[in-house]
Write a protein that binds this ligand. Structure first.
Ligand code: E4P
Length: 229
């Protein structure tokens, strides 16, 4: 499975890029808000100047399909490595599939986002242009947040994506390091990871005995800092 970095903090993005640790990047409006991005276009241009050679997804932010289309064309023009993120529906619950079809037929590489159901995966994969690389982002973590096991969803999505040569399945909203192993086992193409998970990836394979000792040491250090010993 390919590992992408999920986030909009330019320092985190550059650290991941320079470490040669990731194969691409994903951003979204909430991540931009969290990172304090105020000028979307300036942010996108800065990122693309510094990272010109790996796939990067930027999301449209309009809620009506006409403006979304204009934004998508503009974002697409920012660079060859750009994937334009289109949410699967707008805030009124109206399907973005007609717009996805239209943009995809024009040759844009899309990242269809906020997908949580199999029907959405099927419709998206059917709408995407197979001659172009596209990303299908299934929010495994948000499926899990509802108390539903995301594994069967991801497994089925792997099979559906095989029906379209250009469609790459992305495991979005990763929640823990082990998700990387689950995604790999299922044959998911990409998993996008938070900076915390990327940090943990650097330490995989630590002996469990050592982790046990480290845990006890942390407890001890914390209790000491509280002045108990
Ligand atoms: C990435 O493309 C997604 O937007 C991101 O992984 C979503 O993460 P969240 O569901 O934790 O907000």
């Amino acid at each position: 499975v390919k590992i992408y970095a999920d986030g909009a903090d330019i320092n985190d993005m550059m650290a991941a890029y320079q470490a040669g640790f990731v194969s691409g990047f994903t951003t979204n409006p909430s991540l931009m808000k969290k990172a304090g991005v105020t000028d979307y276009v300036a942010f996108a241009k800065e990122v693309l100047e510094k990272i010109p050679d790996l796939p990067i997804s930027f999301e449209v932010f309009a809620d009506d399909f006409e403006t979304m289309e204009k934004e998508a064309l503009k974002i697409h023009s920012f660079g060859k490595n750009v994937f334009v993120k289109i949410p699967i529906m707008n805030t009124r619950g109206e399907s973005s599939i007609p717009l996805i079809k239209k943009l995809s037929s024009k040759g844009l590489s899309l990242n269809v986002t906020a997908i949580l159901t199999i029907r959405q995966v099927e419709e998206t994969v059917a709408a995407l242009n197979p001659k172009v690389e596209n990303i299908v982002s299934v929010f495994a973590g948000r499926i899990a947040d509802t108390g539903t096991d995301p594994i069967p969803y991801m497994k089925k999505s792997v099979d559906i994506c095989k029906e379209n040569k250009g469609a790459m399945l992305l495991w979005a909203s990763s929640r823990e390091l082990f998700n990387v192993y689950e995604a790999d086992r299922l044959g998911v193409d990409i998993i996008t990871c938070t900076p915390a998970i990327i940090e943990k990836l650097k330490k995989v394979g630590k002996p469990l005995e050592q982790v046990s000792l480290d845990t006890v040491k942390t407890f001890n250090k914390d209790i000491q800092s509280l002045g108990y010993t």
